[in-house]
Ligand binder design. Structure first.
Ligand code: FEH
Ligand code: ZN
Ligand code: ZN
Length: 351
């Protein structure tokens, strides 16, 4: 079969012929209907190097996947061949407290996981291929009625990641509050939709590109502000001088983190979601009093089920540009150049 392989850090991926996987005991093979191209993959190709993460190349890219059960290994149960499924991407040990709760992102037995702290497309072979081997059927979540793999795949990362971040801030987002989403790309446009669907907060979106700001408005933002020196003061003005009760930085650069610190309201949250490599010097006077600054990483399996339910009920819909598997490198090129709004999705197999 064909697969888009990252052979070494800081190299361009190559579409290569590899053996089609067969499932072992408890495993499953998924025929991939859609694999999202995540901005993080660009970091794997261009910036990250040995030692940064507990896993490394060679592997097939694609950690945002959905498709159909193709083959079940001996003892694999609970699913039917042909069933449409989303792949829960973080693959932990399956037996520690965190994994038992479905929070495999924070598995506490990494040495017993298929790959420490990774999963398909993150150290193991992912979904930028015709077929993908999944080490346990617990990672496969049946698609609810009305969802197909192309609409579902972006939900497994581009929606699940901001959903987890927003969900932890729900208590700070009652009516009368304001949330800011910085960066309205694959994750950011869904962050706006998730805020609109799950809270009563006022939503301010920030981006450098007019087409992204237009997508933010379509996604439900109350205000869409271009990034610039006046953005922080404008957020203060829009919040009556109070600041934002939650800021979700989907970029994570020095400048966006500084904007987040400048825009936050006392008692608020500043959540770093993007892998932009920026830093924020933290001291007593860096942020308004009692602002919580945190990172979040992806999301849990129960939260994926919640996200799929929101989408099945029409509350979430990723803006998607599709590419064939042999156009996957073009998808990443357009993602990196900023030519795309929403999410790029590679479609190795049509339904
Ligand atoms: C990928 C690699 C490393 C850190 C975070 C990520 C996210 O894109 C996972 O969705
Ligand atoms: Zn990702
Ligand atoms: Zn575990």
């Amino acid at each position: 079969m064909k697969a888009l392989r990252l052979r070494e850090w800081k190299t361009e991926p190559v579409l290569t012929e590899v053996p089609q996987p067969r499932p072992g005991p408890g495993e499953a093979v998924v025929r991939i209907g859609a694999a999202g191209a995540c901005h993080s993959d660009l970091h794997l190709m261009h910036e990250f190097g040995p030692g940064l993460l507990p896993w490394g190349p060679p592997f097939t890219l694609g950690h945002e996947n959905a498709g159909w059960v193709h083959e079940l290994g001996p003892g694999a149960s609970g699913l039917e061949v042909g069933q449409a499924v989303a792949v829960y991407g973080p693959w932990g040990c399956g037996t520690c407290t965190r994994c038992l709760l479905g929070i495999e992102t924070y598995c506490e037995n990494p040495d017993k996981a298929p790959v420490p702290g990774g999963g398909g497309g993150l150290g193991l072979d992912g979904g930028m291929a015709e077929f993908m081997l999944v080490p346990s059927t617990r990672h496969l979540v049946p698609l609810p009625e009305g969802l197909d793999p192309v609409t579902a795949a972006p939900l497994t990362d581009a929606a699940l990641t901001p959903y987890h971040a927003i969900r932890r801030s729900w208590p700070k987002l009652p009516p009368g509050t304001t949330a800011v989403v910085i960066g309205v790309g694959g994750l950011g446009h869904l962050a706006v939709q998730i805020l609109r669907a799950t809270t009563a907060t006022r939503i301010i979106a920030v981006d450098t590109r007019e087409d992204a700001l237009a997508l933010a408005r379509e996604s439900g933002a109350d205000h869409a502000l271009p990034t610039g020196s006046g953005t922080g003061p404008r957020i203060r003005e829009l919040t009556g001088g109070r600041g934002a009760d939650a800021v979700f930085d989907c970029v994570g650069s020095d400048s966006t983190l500084a904007l987040g610190a400048e825009s936050a309201r006392s008692l608020g949250d500043l959540t770093i979601i993007g892998l932009g490599g920026g830093t924020l010097g933290m001291g007593f006077f860096t942020v308004p009093y009692e602002v919580s600054v945190q990172t979040t990483y992806w999301g849990s399996r129960p939260e994926l089920i919640e996200v799929l339910d929101l989408a099945a009920r029409g509350q979430l819909r990723a803006s998607v540009t599709t590419f064939g598997l042999d156009e996957a490198t073009e998808a990443y090129r357009r993602l990196e150049s900023g030519e795309l709004t929403g999410r790029a999705v590679v479609v190795p197999n049509r339904s």
